[in-house]
Write a protein of this length. Structure first.
Length: 659
């Protein structure tokens, strides 16, 4: 991600005007963990004394081996340190703290793509984590060693993460859809001593050959790797290298179900998580133990209103930060029951999510806007076949959700009785920073509403001045440090400073997103700063044009990019997916209709100059649209970025073929 912008010092224009307001249902508010008075008290405390506020929460929420005496060390700002002289163990805080009173409670409900189901109680999960932690130690893995995890979304992935945390090893989860080359780059950058993988995983009815990719990565370098643990998941035959490779089941067979945790200082790195940089070289985002755990736990309780009888399903893979904070760590620290699903959301059909919600009694459902739009495209009949009455809260994560998708989610899935928490946060922030509190906040379709208590978010112009005019956009920034913020980029602190702090001379964290506030103080994310279009002197956010297109009754999805225009500077280039079949033959009349529709919704300045129809948009397996790839296609440039995570690689040729 780059925070450099070639745009002018003007603010970004918001052309989206969404006025609908949805107060929390009275029944939900009455039973909510946080009520209006509680939220107001938290906000007052945070505003009056931010450091003391976080100290109070850290003392209350974390089981410390040694309590900290200094809350925030800002002597090397912006390399902030939180609770630095305290000692804890993250795995202990996620598992051991629950055993005495709640060891019998279900921790994980797992469903594999073929339909196999497993459940693990907290006591069983604790035993599995301890056995594997002992297996790691038996192979020489120690505190501070880096361990790369390259697995399908199965319970053993969480076991591996928690086992690393238990012994003080630093894990780096690599999404199972990444290529061998991407895996190699991450192993080498981390200097990993060990890789944990599987014979394969299942996705969309196919086998994802993880062990084969691991072998290819290691054959091309990675001299630091001494051991490869291999989980047997698919039963496919794989090559095993003597001395290096060991089967998971063989490694744990004689290991005891107890493992004394390694007590580490609060700033000990818990994990590295690599994000793709705009330069092509991935960035190893480094998160510390205590600060990360605190925000992950709190946001699970506050944003998702977690109660002891909830069944919480965050659909994200643990290869992404959402899977770290809202699958592997935060919900377990809060004592929740989570659902994990291995496969594709539309396998064997588009009702898979809704069937699983019914079968497992899901009460809280958290997924990405791209998944919502893909399922929305399939119509209302599929969810209508399933009993979704246990759902009481819905969430959205990953990118701004357009109002049309929000309303479908609210009406068809939530039956107009489930609050929607539209959350804004990043890999770098560690946890949710801006979100409704579901029992308190009235929501607006497409807005992540207001920052959580203790998060000092603002919108500034190119000079770093607050943008106070409602609807005028700018850079989204965080003015004060918070505990779960990234600490640095692994091995490259200079890049950390340049990427996130240099733009405004280290005064505040620069998220790289553009946003605006409305008259009620609600935040609206307009897309990446790099995605802002400069059309005839007007700076337009791509998200709003996409929302207008998707509001058309015949359009299911849209992605907007800019390309150079000799008169306007940039022109609007839209890729759209229709409900039903892609239009064939002469599409000029329909294109004209869509342009006029956008003009009516947003104004003539936002009308797309080019519209390209596709069967699908190029998405990663996590559901994110690869906009940089679309920019390259729109501009006729060669595609240089890694496309190994694409769910639908054939779509590239379809889009290119229309050039």
């Amino acid at each position: 991600m780059s925070n450099e912008s070639t745009t002018s010092s003007q603010t970004i224009s918001s052309v989206l005007n969404e006025q609908r307001l949805f107060p929390p249902p009275r029944k939900f508010t009455e039973a909510a963990r946080i009520k209006a008075a509680d939220l107001a008290a938290l906000q007052r405390r945070a505003d009056a004394d931010p450091v003391g506020y976080w100290a109070d929460l850290a003392r209350a929420e974390i089981a410390w081996r040694k309590l900290f005496t200094q809350t925030l060390d800002d002597s090397a700002a912006p390399n902030y340190r939180w609770f630095a002289d305290g000692e804890l163990n993250v795995s202990w805080n996620c598992l051991d703290v629950h055993l005495a009173e709640h060891g019998h409670r279900t921790a994980i409900i797992f469903e594999g793509e073929p339909g196999d189901v497993r459940e693990l109680s907290y006591r069983q999960l604790h035993a599995e984590v301890c056995r594997f932690a002992n297996a790691l130690k038996a192979r020489g893995v120690r505190r501070g060693d880096r361990v790369v995890i390259y697995m399908p979304l199965v319970p053993e992935a969480v076991v591996a993460m928690q086992a690393c945390a238990r012994i003080g090893a630093i894990h780096s989860v690599v999404f199972g859809g990444f290529s061998a080359l991407s895996l190699k780059d991450r192993i080498e950058d981390a200097g990993a001593r060990c890789v944990i993988t599987a014979d394969g995983g299942r996705r969309g009815g196919n086998i994802v050959e993880l062990k084969t990719a691991t072998d290819k990565a290691l054959a091309e370098g990675c001299p630091s790797v001494e051991t490869v643990f291999v989980l047997r998941r698919t039963g496919e035959a794989v090559a095993m290298q003597a001395g290096r490779d060991v089967w998971w089941h063989d490694a744990i067979v004689d290991q005891p179900a107890a493992c004394e945790p390694e007590w580490v200082d609060a700033e000990h790195p818990l994990f590295l998580l690599y994000t793709s940089g705009s330069t092509g070289r991935p960035k190893g985002i480094q998160h510390a133990s205590a600060g990360y755990l605190l925000n992950a736990k709190l946001t699970n309780r506050w944003v998702f209103d977690l109660h002891h009888d909830d069944v919480f399903w965050c659909t994200a893979d643990v290869g992404w930060i959402t899977g770290h904070s809202y699958v592997a760590y935060g919900p377990l620290a809060a004592g929740a029951t989570i659902v994990m699903y291995e496969g594709a959301p539309t396998y064997p059909d588009g009702a898979r999510f809704w069937r699983m919600c019914e079968q497992h009694g899901v009460t809280i459902f958290y997924t990405a806007p791209t998944a919502i739009r893909a399922l929305m495209k399939l119509g209302e009949e599929l969810p209508a076949r399933h009993d979704l009455s246990k759902l009481r809260l819905l969430g959205s994560v990953g990118e701004p959700i357009n109002p049309e998708a929000w309303m479908w989610y609210h009406r068809v899935i939530g039956k107009e009785r489930c609050p929607i928490v539209d959350t804004w946060w990043q890999t770098e922030t560690g946890a949710i920073l801006i979100s409704p509190i579901p029992g308190v906040t009235a929501t607006k379709p497409g807005s992540c509403t207001r920052p959580l208590p203790g998060i000092f978010a603002d919108i500034v112009d190119d000079e770093g001045r607050s943008v106070t005019t409602p609807g005028a956009g700018g850079y989204l920034v965080i003015r004060k440090p918070w505990p779960s913020m990234l600490r640095t980029i692994w091995g490259d602190n200079e890049r950390y400073l340049k990427t996130y702090w240099e733009k405004f001379h280290n005064r505040f964290y620069v998220a790289g997103d553009s946003a605006h506030r409305d008259a009620d103080g609600y935040f609206w994310i307009m897309g990446r700063i790099d995605d802002v279009l400069n059309v005839a002197g007007h700076r337009l956010g791509t998200m709003e044009i996409e929302s207008a297109l998707v509001a058309h009754p015949r359009i299911a999805e849209a992605a907007v990019v800019g390309r150079q225009h000799e008169i306007k500077g940039e022109s609007v280039f839209a890729f759209v997916v229709c409900r039903g079949a892609r239009p064939a033959g002469d599409t000029r009349d329909f294109e004209r209709e869509l342009r006029e529709w956008v003009a009516e919704q947003l104004g003539a300045i936002a009308k797309p100059d080019d519209i390209r129809f596709a069967d699908n948009l190029p998405k990663t397996r996590s559901g994110k649209i690869m906009r940089r790839l679309l920019r390259a296609i729109a501009r006729g440039e060669p595609i240089t970025q890694d496309v190994s995570t694409l769910e639908n690689p054939a779509i590239i040729e379809q889009l290119r073929g229309q050039s």
